[in-house]
Design a protein around this ligand. Structure first.
Ligand SMILES: Cc1cc2nc3c(=O)[nH]c(=O)nc-3n(C[C@H](O)[C@H](O)[C@H](O)COP(=O)(O)OP(=O)(O)OC[C@H]3O[C@@H](n4cnc5c(N)ncnc54)[C@H](O)[C@@H]3O)c2cc1C
Length: 105
C-alpha cells in the first residue's frame, strides 16, 4: 500500500481497495470498491493486482479509462479494462514513481 499511496499522491488520485484488503483491515471498509462497497466515477482508474471479480468490477463500471496490472494474463480484469499490463505491480509502481519524480530519463 505504501507504493500505491505514493503513486496516488503523485498523480492526485484517491486510493480504494478490494474486499479482501478491507477484510484484513489494510484500509477502512469505506474505501472498499464494489457491490458491497463504493462505486467510482473516476475519469481514469488504475487497478493493481485485483483479479477482476464481478463484485469488484461493478464498482468501476462507470469509470472512463481503466488500466489494469496483473501478473496473470488470464485474470478476468483484463476482460474489463482499456489497457492491460501483464507484470508485477511492484515493478510497474516503482517505474511509474521514478518517472513521475523525474528520474526515469
Ligand atoms: C456477496 C459478496 C459481495 C462481495 N462484494 C465485494 C466488493 O464489494 N468488492 C470486492 O472487491 N469484492 C467483493 N466480493 C469478493 C469478490 O468476489 C472477490 O473475492 C474479490 O474482489 C477478490 O479480491 P482481489 O482481486 O483483491 O483478490 P484475488 O481474487 O485473490 O486476486 C488477486 C489478484 O492479484 C494478482 N496478483 C498477485 N500478486 C500480484 C503482483 N505482485 N503483481 C500483479 N498482480 C498480482 C493475482 O494474479 C490475482 O489476479 C464479494 C463477494 C461476495 C460473495
Amino acid at each position: 500500500m505504501e507504493l500505491i499511496k505514493e503513486f496516488a499522491n503523485l498523480i492526485g488520485a484517491a486510493v480504494g481497495v478490494t474486499r479482501p484488503l478491507a477484510d484484513m483491515g489494510i484500509m477502512p471498509r469505506d474505501y472498499q470498491i464494489g457491490t458491497t462497497g463504493v462505486s467510482l466515477r473516476a475519469k481514469t482508474v488504475f487497478v493493481f493486482g485485483a483479479s477482476g471479480a464481478p463484485h469488484f468490477v461493478y464498482g468501476i463500471r462507470d469509470c472512463g479509462t481503466i488500466v489494469a496490472v496483473n501478473t496473470d494474463r488470464e485474470a478476468p480484469i483484463f476482460e474489463n479494462c482499456d489497457y492491460c499490463i501483464v507484470a508485477d505491480l511492484f515493478d510497474i509502481l516503482k517505474a511509474l514513481i521514478k518517472e513521475l519524480r523525474g528520474g526515469g530519463k
